[in-house]
Design a protein around this ligand. Sequence first.
Ligand code: SF4
Ligand code: SF4
Length: 414
Amino acid sequence: MAKVRNWQLGREMDYRYENGKAKRQFAAVFNINRCIACQTCTMACKSTWTFSPGQELMWWNNVETKPYGGYPQNWDLKTLDLQEKANPGGQVWNTGKKDAKTAPYGTFEGKTIFETADQVDKMATGYIPDEADWKSPNIYEDVATRFPKEGVSLPEHSGWFFYLQRICNHCTYPACLAACPRNAVYKREEDGIVLIDQGRCRGYRKCVEACPYKKSMYRPSTRTSEKCIGCYPRVEGTDPLTDGLPMETRCMTACIGKIRLQGLVQVGDDGLWIEDRQNPLYYLVHVAKVALPLYPQFGTQPNVYYIPPRWVPRDYLRQMFGPGVDDAIAAYENPSRETLAVLQLFRATQSIIFSYRVVQGPKSGELRIGGQTREVFDDTVIGFDSKGREIVRVAVNEPVIERQGALAFAMNTI
Ligand code: SF4
Ligand code: SF4
C-alpha cells in the first residue's frame, strides 16, 4: 500500500497505488433540493448505453429515495456496517482540525475501506450484492420515515424523504481499480474518467465487490463487468453533436429539474484541486462550500458533490455527507450574491463551463425569507468555454411576466 493524500478526509491514507495520475478531473455538483425524481436522467443514460441483452438490471445512473431506497438495495448500509464491524466505535471525525485547502471538513479519524481491508485480506472491504438486490432499482420510491399528523416545518421535517441521484463518482482513488487483479480498470490522465478495459476483464467481479457505491456491475451475457463511462466522447468533444466543444454527459444535460452541473477541474501533483476560483465547480466545493462528497469516509475521494436537502435531520445527513453539512445548508439557505448567480448556471447550456463571471446590476427589490430581509439584484452570470469564449448568459433574477386580465379571462373560457 502507498500513502496518498485524501483532502476530503484531511489526512493521508493507504491506497494500492501512488497518487492518482489525472491532470484534469471529471466532477459534478448535484443539488438534491431541486430533484423531482422524474428519472429523465436515468432513462437518458439507459437509452444511450445499457439497452442491450444482459444489461436489463444495469442502471449506471439511478435516483433512489432515501432513507429506505437503494440500488442495489441497502448498498450503503451494508458497507457502513462492514466498516463499523471492522472498527467498532472508531468511525469518527475530528472537526477541531480544519484547514481550508487540505482539511476543509476536519480530519476523519476512522478507517477507510482500504484501511480495514488488511483485516480481510483484500484491497478494499466490500461485498457482492445478491441478484435480488439489483432487481428493484426504485424500491421504496416516495416512502417517508413517517406521516406526521400535523404539518411539518423547517429546519427539520419530522417525516421526511429525499431523492439521491447516483452515478459513478470517477473517484480519485477508485476502489474498483485497486481491487482488479487483471489491471483492467484504469483512470484516464486527461479527465480522470474511470473505465474498464473490456478486453482485459475476465468477470471476476472484484470491482463490483470493492466499489462502496456499487457502481461497477456484472453483465452475465458477456461475463465482464461494466460501469458508467462518463459519456467520454462528449467530454472529449468528439461526439458528432459537440462540434468540438467538451460537452456534459447525457444524464446531466437531460435533467429536467436543473439540478446538475458537470465540468472538469485541474488537479495538482499533490492530488489537490488547483485553485481556480472562477471555475463554477471549484467555487461551489471549495469557496462557497455548499456542495459535499457522498460518504467521504469510505476513502475513495469521490468527485460527485451534493448540495444537501435542507429539510432532513442533520444527524442523517452528517453520516452521509460528513461534518460539512451544517455549513453547506447555511450557505444554501442564505446564499451570497455570487452563489445565487452560480446556481443559475445549472443546465443553462450543454457545453462544459470552464469559468464564469458575474456582472452586477442594480438593486431591484427586497424579499423576506426566514424572518430576514434579502436584497434582490438584477445581476447577470456569464459562462465561458475552455477557450474563454462566452457560451451562456443568464439573468439571476428572472423576470415575472403578468398576463393581462382580459387575456387571462379569454384563456380561462377556452
Ligand atoms: S464510484 Fe465505484 S465504480 Fe466508480 S470510480 Fe469509484 S469505486 Fe470505481
Ligand atoms: S432528471 Fe434531474 S430532476 Fe429528474 S430525476 Fe434526474 S436528477 Fe432528478
